[in-house]
Design a protein around this ligand. Structure first.
Ligand SMILES: Nc1nc2c(ncn2[C@@H]2O[C@H](COP(=O)(O)OP(=O)(O)OP(=O)(O)O)[C@@H](O)[C@H]2O)c(=O)[nH]1
Length: 431
């Protein structure tokens, strides 16, 4: 399996796991505020000159606050409340900014018509908190009717509001006028603001802050970016692969091109070799076969004269015997060179076998051929050879008549035979 497929399958599985995990709320985080962990205390207006009274009892992890609110005093806002200290000072509290709800399970009974409770989550900040002044803690507040036996009610923290009198009295800047839960040393649960008198019982069954480890939007963004990265990665990977393949195929094409060139060169070389005698470089029989057929046709149609010279080196065996085969080879090569330089460009010199050569003369009749044969014979006889000894040759001449090429060659051969018989180093023309 390709790597990209493995990565895709991996990310699909991770995506599904995250979605399932999110769906079943495994993402939820909680922070419980209980009397076991924190100090729960009762407060009432008696400390401020009021006549109200209250008592608190902690039992089975629950807090029971009973309270009699009495108005007949100079204190204008009688109340009682449950104060939960999350810290031993007003400066350092708990950071709940990562939570988005507070779940309150409170049973509330009262003789008063107002069945609501005030909940304050007090926040501390150096900008407005004074160490010895509890009212300087920010009032993030809400009022709600908890009911009795209704179970937990989750209240979104963003529904809390900062009390306007606290903002005004403390000269709070706009920057700090909005709810803040980043440093909470105190939570307060108090009777409603309009309460004047009556009997109250507040039972705090549980207080729990709720949040999520990862916000849904963050999670979705994360998944989206991961998929985008994967797609971009995939496109880049495919492009790189395509580029690589293209480069490889260019290289292959260049290699093939070179190979073809070499093959062509070799073909030319081989066909040359096939047409040439490897020792002397003179043409061989094969090289002139087609050309000879054409010439024979031309002669038959009366278009031209065509003659052949059958040339044989005299006593060549003696040369071999006396100077060695190697020198014999050198003389053969030299012989071809001398003849080649004394014939026309449209004449053909062919090594017919051993030390026998044929020169084909197109556009040449028997008389002209005799004359040129004589010149060649004289040139050979006058040449200064590599073994420093004179060398001669005998030549049989034939002009092509109404016959086949082989017949003309046979006649030239016969003439050569006659030349040899007459003492060599001479030219004899076939009649
Ligand atoms: N060095 C060399 N010798 C060759 C080659 N081909 C043929 N010969 C020799 O050519 C000689 C031909 O000898 P013969 O046919 O007896 O004739 P000759 O000695 O030339 O005498 P005449 O033709 O009668 O004048 C032989 O000794 C061959 O070995 C070759 O490629 N290289």
């Amino acid at each position: 399996m390709r790597n990209i497929q493995k990565i895709t399958i991996g990310i699909v599985i991770v995506t599904l796991v995250i979605l399932v995990w999110y769906h079943f709320r495994a993402n939820t985080k909680t922070y419980t505020v209980t009397p076991d962990k924190f100090h729960f205390a009762n407060i009432d207006d008696s400390s401020k000159g009021g006549l109200s009274s209250s008592a608190i009892e902690i039992k089975d992890g629950k807090a029971y606050l009973t309270c009699s609110v009495v108005k007949e005093s100079d204190y204008p806002w009688p109340y009682c409340e449950l104060e939960i200290s999350l810290s031993d000072n007003l400066i350092r509290g708990i950071d709940f900014s990562d939570y988005n709800k507070i779940s309150l399970d409170i049973d509330y009974t009262t003789t008063h018509a107002n069945k609501r409770l005030r909940v304050y989550i007090r926040n501390s900040h150096p900008a407005y908190t004074r160490v010895d002044e509890p009212t300087s803690l920010k009032f993030n507040g809400i009022e709600y009717p908890p009911g009795f036996g209704d179970g937990a009610i989750a209240i979104a923290l963003d529904t809390f509001q900062v009390l306007t009198w606290w903002i005004a009295d403390n000269g709070i800047s706009i920057e700090h006028a909005s709810p803040d839960f980043s440093n909470v040393p105190i939570i307060e649960i108090a009777t409603a603001s309009g309460v004047t008198e009556g009997e109250f019982e507040i039972v705090v069954n549980s207080i729990e802050f709720q949040g999520v480890w990862i916000e849904e939007s963050t999670m979705l963004k994360g998944l989206l970016y991961t998929w985008l990265l994967l797609i971009i990665g995939f496109i880049l990977y495919e492009q790189a692969k395509l580029h690589r393949r293209l480069k490889q195929s260019h290289k292959r094409a260049a290699r093939l091109f070179k190979l073809n060139q070499n093959l062509n060169e070799k073909n030319i070389e081989f066909s040359e070799l096939a047409n040439r005698d490897p020792l002397t470089g003179a043409l061989n029989r094969n090289a002139v076969q087609d050309w000879l057929k054409k010439m024979a046709q031309q002669v038959r149609w009366g278009n031209q004269n065509f003659s052949a010279l059958f040339i044989d080196i005299d006593h060549f065996k003696n040369v071999n015997d006396k100077y060695g085969h190697q020198v014999g080879d050198d003389i053969l090569r030299e012989f071809v060179l001398v003849i080649s330089t004394h014939i026309r460009s449209n004449d053909f010199l062919v090594r017919w076998g051993g030390e026998e050569f044929i020169v084909f003369f197109p556009e040449t009749n028997g008389q002209q051929a005799m004359s040129r044969a004589e010149t060649l014979r004289a040139t050979i006889a006058a040449h200064h050879w590599c073994h420093n000894k004179p060398l001669t040759c005998s030549i049989g001449v034939a002009q092509m008549g109404e016959e086949r090429i082989t017949e003309m060659i046979a006649r030239a051969d016969e003439a050569l035979y006659k030349a040899k018989g007459r003492g060599r180093n001479q030219v004899v023309c076939s009649q």
